[in-house]
Design a binder for this molecule. Structure first.
Ligand SMILES: Cc1cc2nc3c(=O)[nH]c(=O)nc-3n(C[C@H](O)[C@H](O)[C@H](O)COP(=O)(O)OP(=O)(O)OC[C@H]3O[C@@H](n4cnc5c(N)ncnc54)[C@H](O)[C@@H]3O)c2cc1C
Length: 300
């Protein structure tokens, strides 16, 4: 069978693409590895998704999955290992291969971790990888941000409006961020930039993070924001010569890549805001565009 569209990944963008594809009458299937609902299942709490005041990441991921299940769209729990371009596109998994006129890549990205002992245990409970997502949980508290790039500087500035005090711990003797961001951070009374500083150990009391041991001094902090980069899930792009910027896929306004019929949505694409609302928007735009394209006899 040749599907109208195959969606790779069942996180926020994949679920949204599936909803719009199915409701517009497309013959669609989804291939997803691991927990349906995607990376939001790793978030302790979500409070910025319109219509839902507050929900745990696990519950929201489950609600995404329940919504998906109501569509009656085939789901293959397999790992995609390659996509081959042609008149029809071939999506190759570890066990099978599937064909479609269009493919939407929604495979997301993973935050890089510090590699500290107990880091995994305290994710969502003292350790976060997203200031915009979790900053509000640390209102009037003391936090630290790890990293020296633009996203670390943006996090520290964002948190400085919420937290009592924010440390920026930079491993090297300088940041690699835009000078304007560094200047703004230096101008704030509640931000301290510490160079050549690395966390060596978490300080835990009563099962809560209360501080960090660094190579220089111990710091009292309630929360740690890790901004040392992400790894986009691009392992599936072995055969496709897709245009990328720093391992993020470049798309046009319809979410189409430089290869006709290959689309990408959500955290895997190059964009400014990596959030649920933008991921679901991307998925809807791609599926709606494919539906129009097929209705018009595949002409663009
Ligand atoms: C800790 C944390 C907290 C966050 N909190 C918030 C928040 O409060 N509010 C907010 O708006 N955003 C938050 N975000 C961001 C938000 O989760 C993402 O922007 C969004 O979930 C991205 O959705 P996605 O569909 O692009 O990717 P994902 O949700 O990452 O989904 C990708 C899917 O693709 C699958 N996949 C990957 N590779 C393959 C393969 N080879 N074969 C088959 N399947 C594959 C994965 O298993 C996964 O299911 C948070 C992110 C993190 C990490």
């Amino acid at each position: 069978m040749v599907y109208d569209v195959i969606i790779i990944g069942l996180g926020a963008s994949g679920v949204s693409a599936a909803i719009y594809a199915k409701r517009s009458g497309l013959n669609v299937c989804v291939i997803n590895l691991s927990t349906p609902g995607g990376i939001i299942s790793e978030s302790s709490i979500v409070e910025n998704y319109p219509g839902i005041t507050s929900i745990s990441g696990t519950d929201l991921a489950y609600q995404f999955f329940e919504h998906f299940n109501s569509l009656d769209v085939p789901l293959y729990n397999e790992e995609v290992i390659d996509i081959i371009d042609g008149d029809t596109k071939k999506v190759v998994t570890t066990n099978n291969s599937y064909e479609a006129k269009n493919v939407i890549i929604c495979s997301g990205r993973k935050p890089k971790k510090l590699g500290l002992e107990l880091e995994n245990r305290y994710i969502g409970n003292g350790i976060s990888y997203c200031a915009v997502c979790d900053g509000n949980l640390y209102k009037n508290k003391i936090t630290c941000v790890i990293g020296g790039g633009n996203s670390a500087l943006e996090s520290v500035l964002y948190l400085s409006n919420i937290c009592e005090y924010v440390y920026l711990l930079v491993r090297k003797d300088k940041t690699v961020a835009d000078e304007s961001l560094v200047k703004e951070a230096k101008s704030k009374d509640n931000i301290k930039i510490m160079y050549e500083t690395e966390i060596k150990k978490l300080i835990i009391n009563d099962s809560k993070i209360v501080g960090v041991k660094t190579n220089k001094e111990d710091l009292k902090v309630d929360g740690i924001f890790v901004n040392i980069g992400y790894e986009p899930s691009i392992g599936i792009l072995k055969s496709l010569n897709i245009e990328m910027d720093n391992n993020y896929i470049i798309v046009d306004k319809n979410m189409e890549t430089n290869i006709k019929g290959i689309f990408a949505c959500g955290d895997i694409i190059k964009k400014d805001l990596y959030q649920l609302v933008t991921a679901v928007s991307d998925g809807a735009i791609a599926a709606n565009y494919i539906s129009k394209k097929i209705r018009n006899g595949n002409k663009n």
